[in-house]
Design a protein around this ligand. Structure first.
Ligand SMILES: C[S@@+](CC[C@H](N)C(=O)[O-])C[C@H]1O[C@@H](n2cnc3c(N)ncnc32)[C@H](O)[C@@H]1O
Length: 278
């Protein structure tokens, strides 16, 4: 998979995270749904994989959250016990994240930066998270190569993203953003051509010295007809975002056609790699 072309990248509205940065922690905002509906499934998965299966001890591990936004996930990473850092290109989002962490008594370092050029030394982190971000970046191969560079050998990369299928075109783009009777996200929040197939993700990981370990789907916990009914109520103004978020949770599934999460482990350099570096 290559860097996305400029005309396609021009269609995505990443500016929304800067313009609406005050919305991150407003319980009745579209952004906040990410925390309520999505955080439990991705945090649960990451905890299981990192701590229970791979036996990573958060108390002695530095973790980075790439594209941290307002810090929904970064705060959970810090609560797991990791020494936590978050970076995001949106300066105003980073300020909102830092201010919320202070209010919550959490010790998190935040700074501005893009995934394509991470402002950290090689092998700085034992865990890197990048959730709901990879489908927003201009140069995905560069972001994966940067994440691999800042990971220590044996370190873990956790991510979630959107799949490029007819189901995501219908669900995430048409229903989620375009068709007014149901839309609950801004119209240019995502661009379908920037979505990533699981096979593309696996091959990028492999090319960057990251051993892919697994994918799991993320789906709503209510049947689709009921979900459409809920979205309709929100779009008509009968329900607030807060009420909508209270009704729908995203849960783990075998079905990866719209959204999926996964993890990979940074390989230790082989004898041949070490020779090349001499
Ligand atoms: C959907 S939000 C996700 C925020 C956070 N990861 C979460 O899940 O709560 C997408 C974030 O990606 C950030 N972003 C956009 N382009 C990026 C890039 N090239 N590198 C890193 N982050 C980027 C945006 O500023 C925004 O905060």
């Amino acid at each position: 998979m290559r860097k996305v072309s400029q005309p396609i990248y021009d269609r995505i509205d990443n500016g929304v995270y800067n313009v609406q940065s005050d919305q991150w922690w407003q319980p009745d905002s579209a952004f906040y749904q990410m925390k309520v509906a999505l955080n439990p499934v991705r945090v649960g998965y990451a905890k299981r994989k990192l701590v229970e299966e791979l036996k990573i001890d958060p108390q002695v591990t530095a973790a980075l959250d790439v594209g941290c936004g307002g810090g929904f996930l970064t705060e959970e990473i810090a609560r797991m016990g990791f020494d936590s850092t978050g970076v995001d290109p949106s300066e105003r989002s980073v300020r909102a994240a830092a201010s919320h962490a202070r209010e919550s008594g959490l010790d998190i370092r935040y700074g501005t930066g893009v995934g394509e050029s991470l402002p950290f030394e090689d092998r700085s982190f034992g865990a890197v998270f990048c959730c709901d971000v990879l489908e927003h970046v201009r140069d995905l191969p560069k972001v994966i190569s940067e994440i691999s560079r800042v990971l220590k050998p044996g370190g873990v990369f956790c991510y979630d993203t959107l799949n490029r299928t007819w189901a995501s075109l219908l669900g995430a783009i048409k229903i989620g953003q375009v068709w007014k009777p149901w839309a609950f996200m801004p119209p240019d929040l995502h661009v379908w051509r920037m979505f990533i197939k699981p096979g593309e993700m696996k091959s990028l990981l492999r090319r960057n010295g990251l051993e892919w370990k697994g994918h799991r789907g993320i789906v709503p916990d209510v049947p689709i007809p009921r979900l459409l009914g809920y979205l309709r109520k929100r779009a008509r103004g009968e329900w607030t975002y807060g009420e909508l978020a209270g009704k729908v949770r995203m849960v783990e599934s075998r079905v990866t056609v719209v959204m999926y999460m996964g993890y990979a482990v940074k390989r230790f350099p082989s004898g041949a790699d070490l020779k090349k570096q001499e």
